[in-house]
Design a binder for this molecule. Structure first.
Ligand code: SF4
Length: 267
């Protein structure tokens, strides 16, 4: 599939728009309007959003913030329509920010360049980008419109993906642009020390004060909510305690936080 030919300036392929409590990273516990974009060019083993890999014929738009009273609309959606839906979601005193998530939102950079200045003006909410952090070229175009970036650094032993050089360029770009950024690293019982060391060296070489979140993989079957023994398992307490100390050789702030939205049974 040629992604370049399906990303447009004035329309985007979405999965859903909804209001929820952020369960990961620096914004954990805050309320966000989530815009989940379709498509991802990676195939992480632990992916809990594999339904985003293809473009669905319809996207789901929540009518009342947090109530999951979704209505279906055809893809792609126009920029104007999305602005109207965000305006409806943005009831007073509810939201702290807007989360661009996926899939990989940066695939939709041509659309976001048009959309972000308008949605910022409309809502006055900060914009948070959740990304795999491997597309520095697209990030460059969006920097003026972003407030916070959560970069998901992929460890080859956990995700099956290897993007060290792209991660380095991406994080360097965030830092040099003075864009607030944190790094999230999914860890499992199979995580290899050499991968954590490489990740720590990359972050520490750019700035040791960039916050790093070690996030134990969630072994839940998203369809049933139960533990599926065939899925990747989280690290033991001994592993995670050891890894936190190891990472602190390179970076100053290393927090261990599992996905809290799944503890809340928040869909
Ligand atoms: S980058 Fe995110 S959406 Fe894409 S495969 Fe990996 S976990 Fe899934």
């Amino acid at each position: 599939m040629d992604i370049k030919n399906i990303t447009k300036e004035h329309s985007a392929h979405l999965i859903e728009v909804f209001s929820a409590i952020q369960g990961e990273g620096l914004n954990v516990g805050t309320r966000q309007i989530f815009i989940r974009f379709a498509l991802c060019d990676l195939r992480c083993h632990f992916c809990d959003s594999a339904h985003t890999w293809k473009i669905p014929a319809i996207c789901k738009i929540e009518h009342t913030p947090g109530l999951r009273d979704f209505q279906n609309y055809s893809n792609p959606v126009t920029l104007e329509k999305l602005l109207v839906w965000i305006h409806q979601q943005n009831a007073p005193f509810i939201h702290d920010s807007i989360s661009l998530t996926g899939g990989e939102p940066l695939i939709h950079a041509p659309f976001l360049i048009q959309f972000l200045p308008q949605v910022r003006e409309l809502t006055e909410l900060p914009i948070y980008l959740e990304t795999a952090g491997h597309r520095p070229e697209q990030l460059t175009q969006l920097i003026p419109y972003l407030n916070l970036v959560g970069m998901d650094m992929k460890l080859p032993s956990v995700s099956g993906e290897n993007y060290w050089q792209a991660h380095k360029e991406f994080l360097q770009l965030c830092y040099e642009s003075k864009l607030e950024v944190f790094v999230k690293i999914i860890v499992s019982e199979n995580t290899e020390l050499i991968d954590l060391q490489t990740a720590g060296e990359i972050v520490g070489s750019i700035n040791p004060y960039i916050p790093v979140f070690l996030q134990p993989v969630t072994p839940l079957d998203t369809a049933t909510g139960s533990i599926n023994q065939n899925m990747m398992l989280p690290p033991s307490p001994e592993q995670i305690l050891t890894w936190q100390v190891l990472m602190k050789e390179f970076v100053k702030q290393v927090r261990v936080i599992p996905q809290t939205h799944k503890m809340l049974n928040q869909l």
